[in-house]
Design a protein around this ligand. Structure first.
Ligand SMILES: *Cc1c(COP(=O)(O)O)cnc(C)c1O
Length: 488
């Protein structure tokens, strides 16, 4: 059975236990059991809303956001810790004692080094899908034994590096497996290696995020003619292939469909092991994808619900015969981040009130380009950072970019935003401000984490500084001014 985090070459000091928990003392104190977990997840949203209001007020008072710094992003560290605790407790509650479980954070959801460091300290590993994400995980001090490399387009040098480091690798397709064959022949590695399969159980409500459709680009399409037999042979021919990976999709996937994808992978693992006559596949990587509720503060569905559903759909998954890897991203971070933007101007056009703010496509690309799939809640605060009351007015909340569609919210009923107020785009801790889009050369905003200051107030810490104008120029070819007017 695989054991995680026992890598003695690791100089990290957090003392991770093989079950994926950090031995170092932090933690939400929720290991006690299921009832507590339910309560924790149910109350988490309301408590988060209180912390959010306090943080906005403090951000204005402390000058993190102001007329001259009209855009900032905030991350609630208390909420992040609580979500990690809920995730761990949910899986602990359904797993046989001693089952190794590595919860690997999908780095793409919030690729910020201090966030990865916090998650690592809370006992979470990392799922990386590019050289950049691997570099971020390493910068955060996450050891190879707690890192998993996915991605559909790994180059030979990426694979070589991962195997040299001992990072777990999930091969996407037969050609990649052939590359790994050659590497495994030429050098020894401690990397656990798996194969990603697409159970082809179907898609959710957002096509672009559904990875288990019949024609998805990910993994080996298990129901295609001859594919299953090919996969089984691939394992029987390679004694070192010990993991099986599936990730059926992200936002918009019904839990039942995700569970069906996991069940398909489990069934395949059982078949491989039976034909191998031994427990060749010792670890199942069940991916991530728990959907997030963008409609209110409630955390729903919960990890607890998903873990229970998995346990009832695929009981064998948790009986201790398999180590488990999960790869949650959005559900760990989304509800703990906000973008706070000053209302520069309030105007009206065609009878519609419009608040022109500093948060638009550059920090919320998905919402601006696909508002039907990615609606965001917007909260109104006054110029002192206090929640605005008052009658609801139908209005547009616009961003600063120079195209008409740059709207955070269109025709939204909420207290009227006026000049000097602040608009907060909620639930943006994953796949939003951490994924800056350089339209109009708008600068990346600073990101500040926040937590209690111990005296009833809010303390902030810089997670990422704002991009400077010099950096914008440098990243836009500033060092090559004459490149096109010189020798070519
Ligand atoms: C994106 C991704 C995840 C995380 O998905 P979330 O919806 O953010 O939980 C996990 N595994 C793989 C392979 C992914 O591509």
């Amino acid at each position: 059975m695989a054991a995680y985090g026992t890598d003695t070459g690791d100089t990290d000091t957090t003392g991770d236990r093989p079950d994926g928990s950090a031995g170092g003392g932090r933690g939400g104190g929720t290991d006690g059991g299921t009832a507590e977990t339910v309560k924790l997840e149910a109350t988490q949203g309301a408590a988060g809303a209180v912390r959010r209001d306090e943080a906005v007020r403090a951000a204005v008072e402390q000058g993190l956001v102001s007329p001259s710094t009209p855009l900032v992003a905030l991350l609630d560290t208390t909420g992040i810790r609580a979500s990690v605790a809920a995730l761990r407790a949910a899986f602990d509650a359904v797993s046989a004692p001693g089952t190794p479980v590595l919860h690997a954070f999908a780095v793409k959801a919030t690729p910020l080094v201090p966030v990865l460091r916090l998650l690592h300290r809370e006992g979470v590993g990392m799922e990386v899908a590019s050289p950049g994400e691997l570099a971020l995980a390493r910068a955060a001090g996450v050891p190879p034994s707690r890192t998993v490399l996915d991605s559909p387009a790994k180059t030979p040098s990426e694979l070589r590096e991962a195997l040299a480091l001992g990072i777990a690798v999930n091969a996407d397709n037969p050609q990649e497996l052939a590359r790994i064959d050659a590497l495994v022949r030429s050098a020894s590695t401690r990397s656990p290696v798996g194969l990603r399969v697409n159970p082809q159980v179907g898609g959710g409500s957002i096509g672009a995020l559904s990875t288990a459709t019949a024609t998805s680009k990910f993994g080996v399409a298990l129901r295609d003619e001859g594919a299953r037999e090919w996969v089984v042979r691939a394992y029987l021919d390679r004694p070192w292939l010990t993991r099986l990976h599936t990730h059926s999709g992200s936002q918009g996937m019904p839990l039942e469909l995700m569970a069906r994808g996991v069940a398909a992978a489990y069934g395949l693992a059982e078949e491989v092991n039976e034909r191998a006559g031994r427990r060749q596949i010792d670890t199942l990587d069940i991916g991530g994808g728990l959907p997030v509720n963008f409609g209110s503060d409630a955390h729903a569905p919960t990890y607890e619900e998903y873990a229970r559903l998995l346990a009832s759909t695929v009981p064998g998954l948790f009986d201790g015969r398999y180590g488990l890897v999960t790869e949650f991203g959005r559900s760990l971070l989304a509800k703990h981040g906000i973008v706070l933007a000053r209302v520069e101007y309030a105007k009206s056009a065609g009878g519609r009130a419009i608040a022109v703010t500093h948060a638009g496509v550059q920090v919320a690309a998905r919402t601006v380009y696909a508002p039907e799939s990615w609606p965001l809640r917007v909260a109104a605060y006054d110029d002192k950072g206090r929640p605005k009351a008052g009658p609801d007015v139908v209005q547009d909340v616009a961003g600063p970019a120079c195209f008409a569609g740059d709207l955070l919210a269109e025709g939204r009923s909420m207290p009227l935003l006026e000049q000097g107020d602040y608009a907060a785009a909620l639930d943006t801790g994953a796949y939003y401000f951490a994924h800056h889009y350089g339209y109009n050369s708008l600068a990346r905003p600073a990101v500040h984490g926040f937590g209690p200051d111990g005296a009833g107030g809010v303390r902030f810490a810089v997670v990422r500084t704002a991009q400077t104008l010099d950096e914008i120029v440098a990243e836009s070819g500033g060092a090559h001014t004459e490149a096109l007017t010189g020798t070519i």
